[in-house]
Every structure is written in C-alpha cells, then in structure tokens.
Write a new protein. Structure first.
Length: 182
C-alpha cells in the first residue's frame, strides 16, 4: 500500500517534514507515497518529505476516506465517552513514525470537563519525540480535529508540553513491537 508513485492532479497544500512549514505542491508534480496512516499521507518529492491531509487524497489519485467518526453516543449525561476520545487519539500519527501518538507515549493527560454553557471540553497535554519538531502544531491540530468528532465534545484544546521530557521507555509494548524495539 505504500511506496506508490503518483502524479498530483491538482495543487495541494502540504506540510513539509520536519519543519511543519506549509507549501503548495503543484499539479503535475510526481510524489512517492511512503506512509498512509490516520487519514494522512506522507509523501516524498524532489524537495523532501511532506504530509498531505486525507481530505486531499483525490489529488493523489486516492479515494478520500470517510472521516473516522466515533459511532457510539455520548454518555447518559451528554459527556463524551473517554474511550472514544482515546480511540480518536490513536488515529493520530507522526508523519515519520508508523505508531500512533498514544502508543508512542506522547499523550500525558486527557481530561474531560463540563463547560459553563453545559457542553463538554477535552483538554489534552502531549509532547513530541524531539523539542525541535516543527510538525508539533500540525500533529496537535490533527488530534484536536479528531477529538471534536466524538459525540458530546463541544470544544477541545491540545497543548504541547516538554515536561517530563519524552523518552523511548514511554512507548507502549505494542508500539515497541511495531518499531522493532522488542
């Protein structure tokens, strides 16, 4: 499914890896798809690696996948189901690593609170594998957009923190297996 060469059928805005800078890739440009996870594409051009959002899959000649919306309803009091929030976070990937951000150990906290207007807000504290990663805001925004799909979530905030510093011991057993660390 990966390492497929494609020619872009239209201009598409992508995020350069690892800087996170937005850049327009032009129609007719040839790219190599290296990774398709969490609804986004990691592609290589003659200018480096880029992350293309899944909503632009058609530009790659791929089918746009339906958004992974949590299917169960909110809890009886209207609050989002925490397991659904975690499931959505497991759909978020660093574009260079084939393990989701939960199994990478990047999520430090996930809290659900009731807002003054009766809705529910999800607050997430996460880190990155390296402090200089320019993709951090892109990954955080991806997490936020997926959390907002959970029934009962009215607002979400995903903030990046550096305390405690991330290290490989924070990776789950499943993540370590995928990365060949065990």
């Amino acid at each position: 499914m990966t390492n497929r060469e494609r020619t872009l059928s239209r201009d598409v805005v992508a995020h350069q890896i690892p800087s996170g800078d937005k850049q327009t890739l032009s129609a007719g440009e040839t790219v190599m798809i290296h990774q398709v996870l969490g609804g986004s594409y990691t592609v290589q051009t003659g200018f480096g690696l880029f992350r293309i959002n899944g909503t632009d899959a058609d530009a790659l000649g791929e089918q746009v996948q339906a958004t992974n919306v949590a299917t169960a309803a909110a809890t009886a009091d209207g609050a989002p189901d925490p397991e659904q929030v975690w499931a959505q976070l497991r759909q978020v990937y660093d574009p260079e690593i084939p393990v989701n951000i939960v199994d990478l150990g990047l999520i430090y906290t996930m809290d659900i609170s009731k807002t003054d207007d009766g809705g529910h807000k999800v607050d997430v504290a996460m880190t990155l594998t390296a402090p200089g990663c320019g993709m951090g805001p892109v990954i955080a925004e991806d997490a936020k957009s997926k959390i907002l799909l959970v029934p009962g979530v009215a607002a979400a905030d995903v903030r990046i923190t550096w305390e405690p510093p991330w290290n490989q011991s924070m990776i789950s057993e499943e993540g370590k297996m995928k990365l060949g660390l065990i």
